[in-house]
Ligand binder design. Structure first.
Ligand SMILES: NC(=O)C1=CN([C@@H]2O[C@H](COP(=O)(O)OP(=O)(O)OC[C@H]3O[C@@H](n4cnc5c(N)ncnc54)[C@H](OP(=O)(O)O)[C@@H]3O)[C@@H](O)[C@H]2O)C=CC1
Ligand SMILES: O=C(O)C1=N[C@H](C(=O)O)C[C@H](O)C1
Length: 271
């Protein structure tokens, strides 16, 4: 019989935090081992299951990462950049797998994951779904096949509570398109057009962000040429999709060498 893996969840009261907790409770090879929230949060000291409006789980929500990670083999973290950097240090200290879904991290913040990743497994992806990760491969392929006569535009739509733009997924798709073209995304990225912007620069990769209602997450990669357009599209209609990907990553990371990995590694899709 396989041993059940203890999972800690940070930002456990959040949209993704609660979804993750429900998926862990329902998973046959996992159990909840910790729930972490920010100091001063209402849920601190409460049973996690009861705080979510359900039955008791025996896991008491804490604001102390070391305490929340003590009985876990992996922590799943969908919070905010500053919090994620601190959780990475605490996860490495505890010697557990850190699955990071947090988006909006700067290049400098991402570089700060190097030290903890030298001691423990980190799996990080702006999107944990199979569909989006497959779409990055298709995007790279189409971008490599077409020249700059085709303008690449990435359009993303999310709910009205999302705080970062472009989305982590849009940036993954932009990176894939840039890689296909053999250019650095930072050199060709064009986001936040407003006012007299001038004509589109040949070779740029454009980003547009829509925010509204309860949209879970939708992404189009458009290749716009003369007289024709190719559009690659992914639509997420249920957040459990991301949670299930994160659980898969937590299991995959067990017993791996320390290092930084992504969902292509987890899904066996990396080159
Ligand atoms: N990779 C993927 O597949 C996906 C990634 N995401 C990303 O996950 C992140 C969270 O999204 P979502 O669940 O919708 O957001 P929510 O705002 O609903 O949840 C975030 C949670 O993290 C907590 N948190 C924020 N800052 C800190 C901190 N400094 N210390 C401790 N806890 C903190 C929040 O607490 P408080 O409310 O007190 O601020 C909240 O409980 C975003 O970056 C989002 O883009 C989302 C879906 C899929
Ligand atoms: O904040 C969200 O909700 C989502 N964030 C991720 C992103 O930034 O791409 C993934 C998904 O699209 C939902």
């Amino acid at each position: 019989m396989t041993q059940s893996i203890g999972i800690a969840i940070t930002g456990v009261s959040g949209r993704m935090g609660q979804m993750l907790a429900r998926e862990v409770i329902a998973h046959p090879e996992m159990h909840l081992a910790g729930g972490i929230e920010r100091s001063g949060h209402d849920w601190i000291g409460q049973d996690l299951g009861e705080a979510m409006g359900g039955t008791a789980t025996g896991v008491i929500v804490t604001d102390n990462a070391a305490e929340g990670f003590a009985n876990a083999k992996a922590v799943i973290d969908f919070t905010a950049p500053v919090a994620t950097i601190a959780f990475a240090a605490a996860a490495a200290e505890a010697g557990i797998v850190h699955v990071i879904g947090t988006t909006g991290m700067t290049a400098d913040e991402i570089a700060q994951l190097k030290a903890p990743a030298s001691r423990a497994v980190i799996v990080r992806a702006g999107n944990m779904s199979l569909g989006v990760n497959l779409l990055t491969l298709l995007t790279r392929k189409v971008a490599a096949a077409l020249d700059e006569d085709f303008d690449i535009e990435i359009i993303e739509s999310h709910h009205n509570q999302k705080v970062d733009a472009p989305s982590g997924t849009a940036l993954m798709l932009g990176e894939a398109a840039a890689e296909g073209r053999g250019v650095a995304l930072a050199e060709v990225s064009d986001s936040g057009r407003d006012g007299i912007t001038g004509a589109r620069k040949r070779g740029d990769i454009g980003f547009s962000a829509i925010r509204g209602g309860d949209i879970v997450g939708e992404h189009d990669v458009m290749f716009a040429g003369a007289g024709e357009r190719i559009v690659l599209r992914h639509i997420a209609s249920d957040r459990s999709l991301f949670a299930r990907g994160a659980l898969k990553a937590a299991l995959w990371g067990q017993g791996r060498d320390a290092g930084e990995y992504d969902m292509l590694d987890v899904l066996g899709l990396s080159d």
